[in-house]
Design a protein around this ligand. Structure first.
Ligand code: ADP
Length: 317
């Protein structure tokens, strides 16, 4: 069979969680279109509550979508749910290791659940690759947090899926272990495994991913190669201290403004399109008296904020 162009393809994906006695209906995904290229390391970024886990849970078959279509490795999750699920391994956010199994047993059980025949199991190979070779027969409760997390990665790979999904993989993992984890993930990717990584750490996505989708309030607000996204960083910020502290940032035509806790405000502008001089002229027109100004270089966080800032209206039900 020809390999699919996209490891994962979602079209018009909607998820509405029904209202309960205490919570109103929640539209967690509001028509997500996403095409994750085969072979990529793809970052799914967004603030808490954006809908990342909901998306992953739908892929993993843990949550039922409301409408839209999803295919994994070219297999529609409605038409071929088992085949679709066999194509992904999901490393969940929570560590859910059974304390009474050794890592070796843990992987054997996981392989059994995917019906991997014993002759095709790669238990020791996986444990060794994740630096757990010498812990194969230890009790899981004797492993450190980082080791447990690597064991979760090994468990997600027992059926040799072509797509590996890591949901917030480095939360609570120290720098050294994070490196080890990434080295293994990068090696898997070199061998052809498509990696999908959810995170709210921009740096992490920036460092690892060749493409990034930003999701906010259940919608994809950007989906671009990382380099293109970084090029948007031609924004600069002017921080303004007015003579009188303000309670709201002034509206400036063509610029984005935000109130600062100090009573001042920031103005974001594009270096390619405007200058500090134009920003100052716009402020003067509003009658605000400037006491002091400074400028600040942006980071990906700013790009992220400005992208997600543009979305709220579109995101309303
Ligand atoms: P993220 O993973 O980006 O933090 P989630 O997918 O967990 O976002 O959540 C998206 C939205 O859906 C949030 O507003 C969250 O409160 C809501 N949500 C998530 N799971 C449930 C659920 N089981 N029932 C009701 N609402 C939920």
């Amino acid at each position: 069979m020809d390999l699919p162009d996209y490891a994962i393809e979602a079209k018009g994906l909607v998820k509405t969680y029904a209202a309960t006695k205490t919570t109103p209906e929640m539209r967690a995904l509001r028509g997500v279109d996403l095409a994750i290229p085969r072979g990529s390391i793809f970052g799914l970024l967004g603030p808490n509550g954006a809908g990342k886990s909901t998306f992953i849970n739908i892929l993993a078959g843990l949550c039922k979508k409301t409408s839209g279509t999803v295919s994994i490795w070219g297999r529609d999750i409605d038409e071929r749910p088992r085949d679709a699920r066999a194509a992904i391994g999901v490393v969940p956010q929570e560590i859910a290791a059974d304390p009474f199994f050794t890592p070796r047993e843990s992987l054997e059980v996981a392989a059994g659940m995917y019906a991997v025949p014993p002759s095709e199991r790669r238990t020791m190979e996986l444990l060794t690759a994740l630096g757990l070779g010498d812990k194969a027969n230890a009790y899981v409760r004797q492993l450190s947090g980082g080791m447990k997390r690597r064991l979760m990665v090994a468990k997600a790979m027992v059926h040799n899926p072509p797509v590996l999904i890591l949901d917030e993989p480095t939360a609570g993992v120290d720098v050294e272990l994070r490196r080890q984890l990434w080295n293994y993930v990068l090696e898997l990717n070199r061998k052809g495994v498509t990696i999908v990584l959810t995170t709210h750490y921009l740096e992490e996505a920036q460092e690892l991913c060749d493409q990034i989708a930003i999701i906010n309030r259940g919608q994809v607000v950007a989906c671009e190669p990382t380099t293109t996204l970084l090029r948007r960083m031609d924004t600069r910020k002017v921080l303004v201290t007015p003579e009188q502290p303000m309670t709201a940032a002034p509206a400036l035509a063509g610029f984005e403004t935000h109130l600062l806790p100090s009573g001042g405000f920031s103005v974001t502008y594009r270096t390619g399109q405007s200058s500090v001089e134009q920003v100052l002229a716009a402020i003067r027109k509003t009658g605000v008296h400037i006491k002091d100004i400074s400028t600040e270089d942006p980071d990906l966080e700013d790009v992220f904020v400005s992208l997600t800032y543009a979305a709220p209206e579109a995101a309303e039900i």
